[in-house]
Write a protein that binds this ligand. Structure first.
Ligand code: MG
Length: 377
């Protein structure tokens, strides 16, 4: 790893773990966090969870696992240019979606609706719940007992009400402060990754076409460059040559603008970063260009009738499962049922169970509960 900037997160001055542990040998505290995340079962389940397309729709679409790896790749390369802690950046990137429900945003909205009267459901807070509480692997503690800095990065957004219950970790939402740069970076690397791969997957699915996207400025100039370099190129190769240029230009823009901001605010350490306005950002022009791309994706991909149908189906599945389990908690698998029967919050336990499901598991569980014919377990 390259030398760390003074304003990066330094593992020696980490705010530490909730349960103190002996320092790791041969690796840093943030490497240990990254390693624990990769070995968690929630991480493995990302393979069968999706964002826009449901897992069974095709083998070539992104899943939350490949998305998280793309986020980590983009974030790590920017971290290296900015001399931030690469392993911390990677840990946050790999963990950022651990709390996502099956079926992407449709699933999250449905579960939030089910939990409306019981404290709601926020996927960022759920990611934190996974690493703080729900992983059952270690003898000395529940969860993964990660460092403050990784947990701070995982909790990207949080309502003031929930922040007030989180102690030190929630304080920044009440004070309007920022997290460290590694957390800010994982957040924007997430945006770069999904905007670009949604264009790619959208084209692959045939729901959007290259003619349609040619009208969006952020894309059209890269199509033109790719065509100028390779006049004969078409199809998948043209798309890839366009998207790699888009990703690259966003990375360069983000790095340049952030270095400018660092020059302006001259932060001395991570505490200065936390108190400064957001240092890690795209240029205003790039922000505008991304907004136009997002609007296009919303109108033509996320609200495409085929995606809308799948989202409606996903909402029905989640809502049916929640209603079935909460009407009779004896239908929950034994480890969840025992928690509910020994005084746990049955609504939250049901939400944890459903949020942990993969797309295909949720579909199968729905059939087990509602199909008339026998469904093998
Ligand atoms: Mg993400």
């Amino acid at each position: 790893m390259t030398e760390l900037a003074p304003y990066a997160a330094h593992p020696e001055s980490s705010r530490g773990r909730q349960i103190p542990e002996a320092a790791p040998e041969g690796r840093s505290e943030f490497q240990r966090d990254r390693d624990r995340i990769i070995h968690s079962s929630a991480f493995r389940r990302l393979e069968y969870k999706t964002q826009v397309f449901v897992n069974h729709e095709g083998d070539l679409f992104r899943t939350r696992l490949t998305h998280s790896i793309e986020v980590a790749q983009i974030a790590r390369s920017i971290a290296r240019s900015l001399k931030l802690h690469e392993d911390l950046t990677e840990a946050i990137s790999l963990a950022h979606d651990l709390g996502h429900t099956p079926f992407g945003h449709a699933g999250q909205d449905a579960l939030n609706e089910c939990m409306k009267e019981h404290g709601g459901f926020e996927h960022n807070l759920q990611s934190l719940r996974v690493v703080d509480l729900l992983e059952e692997r270690y003898g000395a503690f529940d969860g993964l007992n990660l460092t403050f800095e990784t947990r701070e990065g995982i909790l990207k957004h949080c309502s003031r009400k929930n922040a007030a219950e989180l102690g030190t970790l929630g304080e920044r939402f009440l004070r309007g402060e920022q997290p460290g740069l590694e957390a800010q970076l994982a957040n924007l690397a997430d945006e770069i990754a999904y905007n670009n791969h949604d264009v790619d997957d959208g084209l692959r699915s045939g729901l959007i076409t290259i003619e349609q996207i040619s009208g969006i400025p952020i894309i059209s100039r890269h199509i033109a460059c790719a065509r100028a370099d390779y006049p004969e190129l078409s199809g998948r190769r043209l798309i890839h040559e366009t998207i790699r240029r888009m990703i690259n230009s966003q990375i360069i823009d983000l790095t340049r603008e952030t270095l400018n901001n660092i020059g302006k605010h001259s932060p001395r350490d991570i505490e200065d970063i936390r108190k400064s306005p957001r240092i890690l950002s795209f240029s205003p022009e790039m922000q505008q260009a991304q907004l136009e791309l997002k609007q296009f994706l919303r109108n033509h991909l996320y609200q495409h009738y085929k995606v809308t149908r799948m989202s409606a189906k996903a909402k029905r599945i989640i809502t049916d499962l929640f209603q079935a389990f909460t009407s009779d908690i004896r239908m929950l698998p034994s480890q969840f049922r025992e928690k509910a029967e020994s005084g746990g919050d049955a609504m939250r336990i049901t939400a944890d169970y459903i949020a942990g499901m993969t797309d295909r598991y949720a579909i199968r569980e729905h059939r087990r509960l509602f199909a008339v014919e026998e469904i093998p377990s």
